[in-house]
Design a protein around this ligand. Structure first.
Ligand SMILES: Nc1ncnc2c1ncn2[C@@H]1O[C@H](COP(=O)(O)OP(=O)(O)O)[C@@H](O)[C@H]1O
Ligand SMILES: [Mg+2]
Length: 275
């Protein structure tokens, strides 16, 4: 399989510019240096808001295979959640529902207060482009574009002019340690550098949520560790993150683990406090 030109999600839908999202305030200004995110600091007085909520969410693919069955899951602002389970258990299906890349066949999915079922495809892509960044195992970088231009695509349809997009892309690449690789094409980058480029693209629009589907799956352990550290830094600066991983050590090091088996959430070690 050759890499597609557009990665699924974020600005990848190539639809006309996103409309204003009704009832949604403008992006919160960044308060932290480095990776921008939502301001943290709830003062410990109120529980952080719900960012993603699944209620009895299910997904049955055409042909009748139920990949996700009756999933209840709440992810709150500022969380860093590992999603674990064997191959074929429904992890990517779950992440795709969380990221509005797909709609549930049953139940309810809410992202930042938007009920996915009530939004048109166009509005859904606007929510996605504005608030969610995606990172995939296969990077999905455009082979013909430089690292800089790949990252700048994360700002398409944000109403930002070309030169400002490139400035922001250069800043994002510098933050992931690739300020010296701006003009390199993907084939001129190592695997770890490609994934860091993909992370820069995911965060250049300052999303509130980053969803990562086995981001270290194609990397050696050193590059993988660097990618994980980037995700931790992002989270420390306020971005809510869910990461699918096969890496037991990584999962065990994260504050919350959601375990899936045969399309069902088997275990959620924060279930008692997150509900
Ligand atoms: N688009 C699809 N159409 C039909 N079946 C699918 C599709 N995507 C995934 N599946 C099936 O759904 C199940 C769960 O898949 P997936 O969510 O990708 O699992 P995981 O990410 O845990 O490996 C698997 O049996 C897979 O073959
Ligand atoms: Mg998967």
């Amino acid at each position: 399989m050759t890499a597609p030109d557009a990665y699924p999600g974020a600005a990848g839908d190539r639809r006309p510019g996103p409309p204003a999202i009704p009832g949604q305030a403008a992006a919160p200004a960044s308060t932290a240096p480095g990776f921008p995110g939502v301001p943290g600091g709830h003062g410990g007085l109120e529980p952080p808001g719900e960012v993603i909520t699944l209620q009895g969410a299910g997904k049955t693919y055409p042909g009748g295979l139920t990949a996700l069955d009756n999933a209840d899951l709440t992810i709150r602002e500022g969380e860093l959640v590992a999603i674990v389970g064997p191959s074929g258990s429904g992890k990517s299906t779950l992440l795709n529902l969380m990221g509005t890349l797909d709609r549930p066949s049953s139940g309810r999915v809410e992202v930042l207060g938007h009920d996915v079922a009530t939004l048109s495809d166009r509005r859904l892509s606007a929510v996605r482009a504005r608030w969610i960044g995606f990172v995939f195992q296969q990077f999905f970088l455009s082979p013909h574009l430089s690292a800089l231009d790949n990252v700048a695509t994360g700002l398409l349809y944000h109403g930002i002019g070309h030169s400002r997009r490139r400035e922001r892309a250069a800043e994002a690449l510098t933050r992931v340690g690739l300020g010296h690789r701006l003009d390199h094409k993907p084939h001129e980058l190592s695997g770890g550098e490609r994934q860091r480029t993909a992370i820069a693209r995911a965060v250049v629009s300052r999303p509130r949520i980053v969803l990562a589907d086995e981001p270290t799956g194609a990397l050696d352990s050193t590059s993988g560790a660097a990618v994980v550290q980037l995700l931790r830094d992002l989270n420390a600066q306020g971005t809510t993150i869910a990461v699918i991983t096969h890496d037991r050590q990584l999962a065990d090091s994260l504050p919350r683990r959601v375990r899936i088996l045969d399309g069902r959430i088997q275990e959620d070690d924060m279930a008692g406090t997150a509900a």
